[in-house]
Design a protein. Structure first.
Length: 234
């Protein structure tokens, strides 16, 4: 059985979105992964099937009701479901390549896409939702974030990338940003491919790539180097 994702959303038509194309699309066709969007509103009750209400204590916006969302979660993820329950949230822990790899090695995930001002804290606690963020910015809903998470996970599933090694040297896999890439033509707008890359000296190429990765990381993401040092010390 492949990686099985159940996505709880108010907009199920947003899935699979771009994941129906290219590498991920072929993975879905083969059954390496599956994405099942489930409409949260199907679990609302009453004449108007309301899924949200005003925030306790006042304030702008609306909040997803815990009773409706809890019913949806319980329906798709019974007690014996071993898949982690994820909530896409700007206040969550940042998604990392290491967490992506962990998810890819598991049976799948139940992904909750928030809307409005957020989700009632009680359902987060009682249903043990792991809050995950894809960056320090706010989206109109959790759906685009869920698509990004699923994109990252599906592409590292066994057999999805034609050459497994192609993913092993990418940014974040080694704790560094990826080195620059070049291809033909040799000369482009008065800029040549670095000579070392066409020298045939594989050791020199590897050393150049490692040095470039370190240089780019130091300039653009020094926080990654700091984390790497902490890990090495630990």
């Amino acid at each position: 059985m492949g990686f099985r994702a159940t996505v709880l959303t108010l907009y199920p038509d947003m899935f699979p979105g771009h994941l129906g194309l290219s590498l991920s699309g072929r993975a879905l066709e083969r059954g390496d992964a599956s994405i099942e969007p489930v409409n949260i509103r199907d679990y609302a009750t009453g004449k108007h099937r309301n899924v949200d209400d005003t925030p306790a204590g006042g304030g702008a916006g609306m909040v997803l009701r815990p009773d409706v969302l809890a019913r949806a979660i319980d329906a798709v993820s019974p007690e014996d479901d071993t898949r982690p329950r994820l909530l896409m949230s700007p206040r969550g822990r940042p998604l990392t390549q290491a967490r992506v790899r962990e998810l890819a090695e598991g049976p799948g995930a139940v992904i909750v896409c928030g809307r409005f001002e957020g989700v009632d804290q009680r359902v987060i606690e009682t249903r043990k939702l792991e809050e995950i963020s894809i960056g320090d910015y706010v989206l109109s809903g959790g759906e685009p974030a869920a698509l990004i998470l699923l994109d990252a996970v599906i592409r590292v599933l066994p057999g999805v990338m034609g050459n497994a090694e192609s993913g092993s040297h990418e940014s974040f896999e080694t704790g560094l940003l990826e080195h620059p890439h070049y291809t033909r033509p040799q000369l482009f707008e008065d800029r040549e491919i670095p000579a070392v890359l066409t020298s045939g000296n594989h050791k020199a190429v590897d050393e150049w790539r490692e040095a470039e990765s370190l240089r780019l990381t130091r300039v653009r993401r020094p926080d990654l180097l700091a984390q790497r040092k902490i890990t090495d010390i630990g």
